[in-house]
Structure formats: structure tokens, C-alpha cells
Design a protein around this ligand. Structure first.
Ligand SMILES: Nc1nc2c(c(=O)[nH]1)N[C@H]1C(S)=C(S)[C@@H](COP(=O)(O)OP(=O)(O)OC[C@H]3O[C@@H](n4cnc5c(=O)[nH]c(N)nc54)[C@H](O)[C@@H]3O)O[C@H]1N2
Ligand SMILES: Nc1nc2c(c(=O)[nH]1)N[C@H]1C(S)=C(S)[C@@H](COP(=O)(O)OP(=O)(O)OC[C@H]3O[C@@H](n4cnc5c(=O)[nH]c(N)nc54)[C@H](O)[C@@H]3O)O[C@H]1N2
Ligand code: SF4
Ligand SMILES: [Mo]
Length: 667
């Protein structure tokens, strides 16, 4: 058809699957978006959320112009201003803050709204600019850091198996991961494995839709996964099926670790994990005798006080069984450790050493901050201790700038709002964290209104402030070339030209891929078993008996807080519910469907009780992703998530909070 174009792109959202898509453009307007059938991992399907992405780009509530606050903070009242006015006001305020308080009083708070390497959080967006100003650094620890750190202790990297090789696995443990909701493209490979005889086990305190589809579900008590790992290995040792040769050649610390394993027979582990000893034993026998065994663990598992230790200990399993020898064996948490794009944060541009502020400590660390610059994030809805954050965002002496696509809960507190492009309106470079492809996203249409990309916003601001550092003005395509030019062997032959033409390219890893068959990327080249006494650290939820532990997992219809304003997805999500075990409901006299306050010392949110044996006794669950302003009572789960750190990587504890449920007063 005349004027019709097919433009290759990629989903920017924080999801392991990293889908490739094709946008049909007619006369300058994007009219259709489909999964790209050629990309081998995502094979043409998108998901229930991103099937609405085009509609979302054209939604009535898109922010199209720069705006200045006119009402009180939190009111969401703004007036339209020009880009020149916005840049001028920002320049004056930033200069004044730097003069009076130093650059470190600026917090560039970047979230996971886009995983792009040019405009999103995986790359360099804004970092050069902030370094020139001497702003504080920002630790993006909101998602996966405890697990990354735990895995790196064991394997020297958080990277592991190629998920495509699940097709070759004979036993698949879906460990603390809700595949069918939070990264469903893996399912095809699991099904291929099943067709070859693989047995699939879900290990999750909730009987999720993934657990429903598995062959077996072990309802583990939250925060006790390290003990289950030790007990499975206990059975392996009893059976004598440990891979002595692999252990001798490729691991260290076996003597101490094997002594630790012997302390956790299934009978003891049953008391801690809440899983019947015979179920642990049966799975232990499978692990002992099934090669290759694959473990899929994702981030849910590590949002606990003991989350780093959990991953560190689970990662020991394939070191004992020797599963790393085989494609289809081992563990995968994130594949990002296999991505070797050349990300230079340009710390050389800093005028002096600066502090690092931590994303999950927003409420407590904002005290010493005078400018909060939010991009790709919606902390009022997504970050721990929302009441603490709100109190800080209301401060008159805090200058808050938010670069956004939609009028989020966080935008309501901004002094200046800057309109941001969406994925069909800019170029970007992507990788998935659940596969081994790189994707190019070609701009398909012109941005609506006066929306600008992240990189362009910082270029314009640098120019307005008269900054002279030449690299602040590199174009998007120059940035892409730099990212690809580091010379890592996995990127040999991967050029920007090729990416733009083909849309996606597999990095140079063998297929099938057994990444640690010949050793590990630790200094000794060996897998490091966890030290004795440190293999298990209980979570708060595992320590506290009698209370209710709240889990706040992924929603099927939202992606973090993205789409939390989409009418159709909100309709499908219905009102918030909290899953409660029948015994816990009875003990509190709660009825199915009754609205309750879910509360603790930090605050409360409202939800309707859903009495269900999908959760174990002592566990309640309510999904993440809602907006405060679209929630009953104006609060979300993060009102009761505490600002505590996990044991490693300063990770958050979204699934490790004690709460109580009380009936709502009034109608
Ligand atoms: N639809 C949808 N997809 C998403 C997202 C979304 O919001 N919506 N978010 C994306 C993002 S940012 C991320 S990081 C990933 C996260 O993906 P997942 O890791 O799948 O995320 P969660 O749903 O938080 O947790 C997965 C499961 O872990 C279980 N779990 C919680 N605590 C424990 C525990 O102590 N032990 C065990 N064994 N299991 C436990 C939960 O009950 C849950 O079913 O998903 C991405 N995909
Ligand atoms: N209770 C609870 N809370 C959680 C979790 C949980 O399990 N439970 N999970 C946590 C996890 S895993 C994560 S990763 C975090 C995510 O938390 P955040 O990093 O705050 O991400 P989002 O809430 O998705 O908000 C992203 C925002 O970025 C905007 N955006 C998207 N693309 C762009 C862009 O290109 N430019 C600009 N300027 N803006 C853009 C979107 O409109 C959206 O408002 O949430 C965490 N919050
Ligand atoms: S959110 Fe995940 S599954 Fe959905 S389109 Fe994006 S990458 Fe694919
Ligand atoms: Mo995440």
C-alpha cells in the first residue's frame, strides 16, 4: 500500500524476554504492532500488556509539553510552558543548588522504565551530563542486585545458561519465578523440553498460573530457599551421585560445604521450609539422578533479607551435580552478564569523587538532596516506604524534575515535567536479560507534541547551560556505534548496519551453549561453594512465626507501574485483592470479597480478601504495579514495604514484610 512501511523495533520494558517487534506505519502513523516472527526467542508473540503498546502511545493522557507546577506539591496541577522556559528554569535552579550545596545535592534517579542502552537505564543516558555537574551517583538496586551479588560469589558472574537450552533439559526447576506472567516466552522451550520427557517443578509460596501448569508444585515458606537447596544436595550426597570429577576440577570449598549440606537432611529442611520431607526427598532423588537439570530462578526469589544467600546457595547445586557440563543443565537468573556492550560511564568527567545514593533508600536519603531528577521511574508507586517518600517529595525546598510519558503518581509532585518519547518514536539498542540476542529499535514515527528523547533532553540542557565537554553532544547513532565498538569477541561482526537491517542479532555464543563446562569466571577459575555457616541466612519472614508475610509479585496485566493507567488493562486487573489462606481468614473472621486494610507500622493499603489455598498458611499476596491515584484509599503495596536491605547488593525486600489484615471501617 502506498506510504506503508514496516519498521523493525524492540520492546523496551523491564522484562527478560526482550521481544522484537514490527511496526506498520501508514502515512506517518503507526497503525499496527506485531511480534517479529523471525526473532528466534520471542518468535512473533508479544504479551497481554504490550499488545496495547500502540494504543498506549496514542492515549489521551500522554504528556506532550513541558509543564510547570501551579498547585501544591502532590496536586498534579500544571501549566504548559515552552522548552526554552523549562530549560532556563532548570539551568538557574541547578546552578544555584550546585553553588550553595555542591553537585552531590542533585540525585539523578533513573529507573527501569526503558532498558535501552541509549535512552534507558542499561546505558549511559544522562550519565555524562551528571558527571560534568558532579551530581551524586545512583545505584539502580531496585530489582536484581541481591541475586546478582549472591550468584557472583558462587560463579564469578550472574550470567548462566542460555534459556533456549531448556529444550534439552530433563528436569526443570522453576524456582521463585512466575514464567507465564513475568517472561512467558521461555515456556515454549520448557514445553519442548517436556516433549523430550522433562519433568517441571515450580517452587513458589504461591500456586501461580505457572505452578498450575507445572508437573509439581512445592509451596515453600518464603525466604527458606537456601535450606531447600541444601536438602536437595543432602539427598544427592546420600545417593552418591555428586560429580566428583567436576567438583575436583572446577570448584573450591567443597570440604566445608559438603559438611554444611550434611546438616540439612529433608527432615530438618521440612521444618524450616514447610515442605513435607517426602516431597523434598522425592525431588532430591530427581536432582540426584537426572542430567541435565536446569534451574530457572528470577528476581522474585531474592526480594528477601536472605535473598543474596538464597541465590548463592542454589547456584551451588549444578556445581555439585556437574550439570554445567551439559547444555540444558545449570542455572539461569539473568543473561545480562553475557552482554559486553562498551558502556563507559565516563567517571573521568567527574570534578571529584562523589557519593552514591541508593534507589531503594529514596525516603531516607532524600534529606540531603536539593534536586531530585526522576526519569524512567515512578517511585511514588514503585519504591519501598511510599509514605516516607511522599513526605520528602512534599518538601518546598526540594526541586523535583520528572521526565515522563504519563501523569504518574510521581509527576504529581514535580516542579517541572518534561515530555518523553515512547519506543516507537526514537532509536535505541537493546538486549534481553532472558536470551542472547541484541535488538535494534528503529524510530517508526515522529514524536507527538513536543516530546523529546532522554539523550536529546540532556543534549539540549547541556547546550543551554553552556557546557563545553564535546562528548555531551554525541548523537544517538554515535552512542550506538560506541556501545558496539568495545571489541569483545561476543560482538565480533555485530555492526550497527547489520542490526538496523536485520533488527536482531545473536551474540557470538555457541548454540547449544554450556558456559561453564570448562570453568568459571572467578579469579581461580573455579566455582566457589558458600562458606560454612553462611549457606543459609533466614529472611525476616522465615524468622518470624505467627505473623503474615506479604508477597507483592508481578501482575499479569501491568509491567511494574507501566500500563497502570491503561483503561483496558485496569479493567482486566479489577480491584486489588489480597490472597489469604482459609485458616488465616477464619482466624481473623474475614469473609471472601471483604475489603480490608493491609497494614504495618509503615502504612496501609486497601484490598479485597480472596480466600484461597493458592497461598500457604502465614502468607498473603497482592500484586505490584498499581498507581496510587487509581487505587482505593490512594495507596499501593509499597506503603507497607519497608526500607530494609537484603543481605547482599543492598537489594530491596518487596516479598519480605510482616503485615496484619483488619476489616475496613464504614461501608
Ligand atoms: N507481567 C509482568 N511481567 C513482568 C513484570 C511485571 O510487573 N508484570 N516485572 C518485570 C520485572 S521488573 C522483573 S524484575 C521480573 C520479575 O519476575 P519474577 O521473578 O517472576 O517476579 P515476581 O513475580 O516478583 O516473583 C516470582 C515468584 O517468586 C515467588 N516468591 C516470592 N518470595 C519467594 C521465596 O522466598 N521463595 C520462592 N521460591 N519464591 C518466592 C512469588 O510468589 C512469585 O510467584 O518480571 C518482569 N516481568
Ligand atoms: N511492591 C513491589 N514493588 C516493586 C516490585 C515488587 O516486586 N513489589 N518490583 C520492583 C522492580 S523489580 C522494579 S524493576 C521496579 C521498577 O520501578 P521503576 O524503576 O520506578 O519503574 P516503573 O514503576 O515501571 O516506572 C517507570 C516509569 O518510566 C516511564 N518511562 C518509560 N519509558 C521511558 C522513557 O523512555 N523515558 C522516560 N523519561 N520515562 C519512561 C514510564 O512511563 C513509567 O512511569 O519496581 C519495583 N517495585
Ligand atoms: S513486556 Fe516482555 S513479553 Fe511483553 S512484549 Fe515486552 S519483552 Fe515481550
Ligand atoms: Mo525488576
Amino acid at each position: 500500500m502506498a506510504g506503508e512501511l514496516r519498521v523493525l523495533g524492540a520492546c523496551p520494558l523491564d522484562c527478560p524476554d526482550g521481544c522484537s517487534w514490527v511496526v506498520t506505519v501508514q502515512d506517518g502513523k503507526a497503525v499496527k504492532m506485531r511480534g517479529n516472527p523471525d526473532q528466534p526467542y520471542t518468535r512473533g508473540a508479544l504479551c497481554v500488556k504490550v499488545n496495547r503498546y500502540l494504543e498506549h502511545t496514542q492515549a489521551d493522557d500522554r504528556i506532550l509539553y513541558p509543564m510547570r507546577r501551579t498547585g501544591p506539591k502532590g496536586s498534579g496541577q500544571f501549566e504548559r510552558i515552552s522548552w526554552d522556559e523549562a530549560l532556563e528554569e532548570i539551568s538557574v535552579r541547578l546552578r544555584r543548588i550546585i553553588d550553595e550545596h555542591g553537585g552531590e545535592a542533585i540525585w539523578p534517579y533513573q529507573g527501569t522504565g526503558s532498558l535501552g542502552y541509549i535512552h534507558g537505564c542499561e546505558g549511559v543516558a544522562g550519565r555524562r551530563f551528571w558527571n560534568v555537574l558532579g551530581a551524586s551517583k545512583h545505584a539502580l538496586n531496585i530489582c536484581s542486585t541481591a541475586g546478582n551479588t549472591g550468584l557472583t560469589h558462587t560463579n564469578g558472574t550472574a550470567a548462566g545458561m542460555d534459556p533456549e537450552n531448556f529444550a534439552q533439559s530433563k528436569l526443570i526447576l522453576l524456582w521463585g519465578t512466575n514464567t507465564l506472567t513475568s517472561g512467558h516466552h521461555l515456556w515454549k522451550f520448557i514445553q519442548d523440553g517436556r516433549a523430550n520427557g522433562a519433568h517441571v517443578v515450580a517452587i513458589d509460596p504461591i500456586r501461580t498460573r505457572t505452578a498450575d501448569q507445572a508437573d509439581e508444585h512445592l509451596a515453600i515458606r518464603p525466604g527458606t530457599d537456601a535450606v531447600l537447596a541444601l536438602a536437595l544436595l543432602n539427598v544427592v550426597l546420600s545417593e552418591g551421585t555428586q560429580d566428583e570429577e567436576f567438583i575436583a576440577q572446577h570448584t573450591q570449598g567443597w570440604e566445608d560445604f559438603s559438611a554444611e549440606i550434611r546438616k540439612y537432611p529433608p527432615s530438618i529442611a521440612a521444618e524450616i521450609t514447610g515442605i513435607p520431607a517426602e516431597d523434598i526427598h522425592r525431588l532430591g532423588m530427581k536432582v540426584a539422578h537426572t542430567r541435565p537439570t536446569a534451574i530457572r530462578a528470577t528476581q522474585g526469589l531474592q526480594r528477601h533479607e536472605g535473598g543474596g544467600t538464597a541465590l548463592r546457595t542454589i547456584a551451588a547445586i549444578p556445581g555439585v551435580t556437574g550439570d554445567w557440563r551439559h547444555p540444558g543443565g545449570g542455572l539461569v537468573y539473568s543473561t545480562s552478564g553475557h552482554v559486553h556492550l562498551d558502556i563507559d560511564m565516563r567517571d573521568d568527567l567527574l570534578p571529584k569523587r562523589v557519593r552514591t545514593l541508593t534507589m531503594t533508600k529514596l525516603a531516607s536519603q532524600l534529606d540531603s538532596v536539593k534536586c531530585l531528577w526522576v526519569y524512567g521511574a515512578n517511585p511514588m508507586a514503585s519504591t519501598s516506604d511510599s509514605n516516607g517518600i511522599r513526605a520528602q517529595l512534599e518538601r518546598e525546598d526540594l526541586f523535583t524534575v520528572v521526565m515522563e510519558q504519563f501523569p504518574t503518581d510521581t509527576v504529581d509532585y514535580a516542579d517541572i515535567v518534561l515530555p518523553a518519547t515512547m519506543q516507537t518514536e526514537h532509536h535505541d539498542l537493546h538486549a534481553g536479560y532472558g536470551h542472547l540476542y541484541l535488538m535494534w529499535n528503529e524510530k517508526a514515527v515522529e514524536p507527538p507534541g513536543e516530546c523529546l528523547t532522554t539523550a536529546e533532553t540532556f543534549r539540549r540542557l547541556a547546550r543551554h547551560m553552556g557546557l563545553t565537554e564535546p562528548s555531551l553532544y554525541d548523537s544517538d547513532l554515535e552512542l550506538a556505534e560506541q556501545l558496539l565498538s568495545g571489541g569483545h569477541p561476543s560482538l565480533e561482526g555485530v555492526t550497527l548496519d547489520r542490526l538496523r537491517k536485520e533488527g536482531w542479532v545473536r551474540m557470538n555464543y555457541p548454540q547449544p551453549f554450556a558456559p561453564f563446562a570448562d570453568g568459571f569466571p572467578t579469579p581461580s577459575g573455579r566455582l566457589r561453594f558458600p562458606p560454612a555457616g553462611k549457606a543459609y541466612v533466614p529472611s525476616q519472614s522465615a524468622r518470624t512465626a505467627g505473623g503474615l508475610t506479604l508477597l507483592t509479585p508481578a501482575s499479569h496485566t501491568f509491567l511494574n507501574t507501566i500500563f497502570g493507567n491503561n483503561p483496558e488493562l485496569r479493567r482486566r486487573a479489577k480491584d486489588p485483592v489480597v490472597l489469604v489462606h482459609p485458616d488465616d481468614a477464619r482466624a481473623r473472621g474475614l469473609q471472601d470479597g471483604q475489603r480490608v486494610r493491609v497494614h504495618n507500622a509503615g502504612g496501609e493499603f486497601l484490598a479485597d480478601v480472596e480466600i484461597s489455598d493458592r497461598v500457604a498458611r502465614g502468607v498473603v499476596a497482592s500484586t505490584k504495579g498499581r498507581w496510587r491515584k487509581h487505587s482505593p484509599g490512594g495507596a499501593t503495596t509499597n506503603a507497607v514495604v519497608e526500607e530494609r536491605d537484603a543481605d547482599m547488593g543492598r537489594g530491596p525486600v518487596y516479598h519480605d514484610n510482616q503485615v496484619e489484615l483488619s476489616p475496613c471501617a464504614g461501608p
